[in-house]
Design a protein around this ligand. Structure first.
Ligand code: BG6
Length: 483
């Protein structure tokens, strides 16, 4: 591994900060949605707002060289009139300074899903005006922190945010509307291009990219129908973000397919195309949890069922997109978590190789990790399953680098246990345990000590013994051979 490879970990503002109504912060759409529906919320979360020094010290002791975190927009700009909150601005200066003092490179995610509620009330990402507000917010961040921070991500996972909020409906604003899904997706990608434009115009010495919830596509068999379904699924899951952000426009066959599926594309304005084309990202952040196994669409209506409880029973998730594809969640010969996430490290290797061959831009693996129920009251927290999960995924990255991919950093999700959106705090991802019942005390897990060795030896301790049977067609084969 190159000496400057960035080993680190990641969090997001709403998931860890807490202090939801302190020091001038106003609500985000998540605060309102969770409070109104009386659901488990992030009011306290991991209490990072008050404990960030301790957390950054733990990162430093672990040998981490980078920390990815997001900024809470509504902590910085508290209303529609653009009122700045000096205490909010100072908080992130303090976090950044603490990181730099510890030799930790901050990677800031500008938007990790917590849209200010004052914007959601005006239509959120369905409203083009939100793009203007977003760029104003970026301007504040670049002016405040641009001299200190070298790595910026415009958005965390546009796909997950948009599909969950507007299509599946399990996240706020809780809609199930294909037309609105397309429109929100489009506006978010336009906002991405506008933020890149602004950042580049300032000639700061850093890089800006987008973070994508990457789902490398595989096909259940090798038939023309499966190949076509894979292409449609790749457009649906990946290409509208990656092609658009890196190559400068949406795939033409995606736009055609949307039109033939009854989506009106009248939200596209004639001058937008040039904005996309001129303002492409410097790098991509790929969040990898699982591959996506695709079969041809068999019939019936669209079904979008996600197992958010981990108790619903494996194989509860079901995704059928009418006339596009079906996603398989219960392959016989592979392993899944209780939340129906397949454990398939080879998908990370394949995914990196596919993305690098296609796009030729630097890659950061901006999230990777495994969520589980864990008893954190024990003296020692032996999360061996996490160690083998992370080890196999890091091995996949190291193999991809050996094979020529330009991967520059790796972020374990997550730095410490945090609030896992609709899955609550019970679904734990952290290297460090947070005892949510007892004042959010921190305790290092076995995986923390193991990751310390990984960071300190620059990956030399990684060995993976997993053997892979190549049973399925991958998008990689399909890209090479054509449809
Ligand atoms: C990513 C998000 O999609 O996955 C994180 O960027 C999220 O915010 C993580 O927490 C794990 O998903 P979940 O739903 O298990 O928390």
């Amino acid at each position: 591994m190159k000496k400057d490879f960035l080993w680190g970990s990641a969090t997001a503002s709403y998931q860890c900060e807490g202090a939801w109504n302190e020091d001038g912060r106003t609500p985000s759409l998540w605060d309102v949605y969770l409070h109104e529906n009386n659901l488990e919320n992030g009011d306290v979360a991991s209490d990072f707002y008050h404990r960030y020094r301790e957390d950054i010290t733990l990162m430093k002791e672990c040998g981490q060289k980078t920390y990815r975190f997001s900024i809470s927009w509504n902590r910085i700009i508290t209303d529609l009139q653009g009122t700045l909150n000096p205490k909010g601005i100072k908080f992130y200066h303090d976090v950044i300074d603490e990181c730099l003092k510890a030799g930790i490179e901050p990677l800031i995610t500008i938007f990790h899903w917590d849209l200010p509620d004052y914007l959601e009330k005006l239509g959120g990402w369905l409203n083009r005006e939100t793009i203007t507000h977003y760029v104003d917010y970026c301007r504040v961040l670049f002016a405040e922190y641009g001299a200190k921070v070298k790595l910026w991500a415009t958005f965390n996972e546009p796909r997950y945010y948009v599909f969950s909020g507007y299509f599946i409906g399990n996240y706020p604003p809780g809609l199930n509307d294909a037309q609105k899904t397309a429109q929100a997706a489009y506006n978010m990608m336009l906002a991405n291009a506008r933020a890149v434009e602004l950042y580049h115009s300032l000639h700061l010495s850093g890089q800006i990219g987008v973070v994508h919830s990457y789902g490398p596509i595989y096909g259940i068999d090798d038939t023309p129908a499966t190949r076509q379904a894979m292409r449609d699924a790749d457009n649906y899951y990946n290409n509208w973000i990656l092609d658009t952000a890196i190559l400068g426009y949406f795939p033409e066959d995606l736009l055609t397919k949307l039109s033939s599926s009854g989506i009106k594309l009248d939200f596209i304005e004639p001058n937008d195309r040039a904005v996309f084309e001129k303002n492409t990202v410097d790098f991509i952040g790929l969040n990898y949890y699982a591959r996506v196994m695709i079969a041809p669409y068999q019939g019936g209506e669209t079904i979008l069922k996600i197992n958010n409880s981990g108790k619903a029973g494996k194989g509860t998730s079901k995704i059928v997109v009418k006339d596009w594809f079906e996603q398989i969640f219960d392959l016989p010969d592979t392993e899944y978590t209780d939340w129906d996430t397949e454990i398939y490290p080879q998908g990370l290797y394949d995914g990196i190789m596919m993305a690098y061959e296609k796009y030729q831009v630097p890659i950061y693996i901006t999230e990777n990790g495994v969520g589980a129920y864990e008893d954190v009251t024990k003296e020692e927290i032996n999360d061996d399953f996490r160690i083998s999960y992370l080890s196999e995924h890091i091995d996949a990255i190291m193999r991809s680098i050996k094979d020529g991919a330009d991967v520059r950093g790796y972020y374990v999700w997550s730095t410490m246990d945090l609030y896992s959106w609709k899955n609550g705090t019970e679904k734990r991802y952290g290297l460090v345990a947070v005892d949510f019942e007892n004042g959010c005390q921190r305790k290092k897990k076995a995986s923390y000590y193991w990751y310390q060795k990984v960071c300190q030896t620059n990956g030399a301790v990684i060995e993976s013994k997993r053997e892979y049977n190549k049973n399925y067609l991958s998008m990689w084969d399909l890209n090479k051979e054509g449809l």
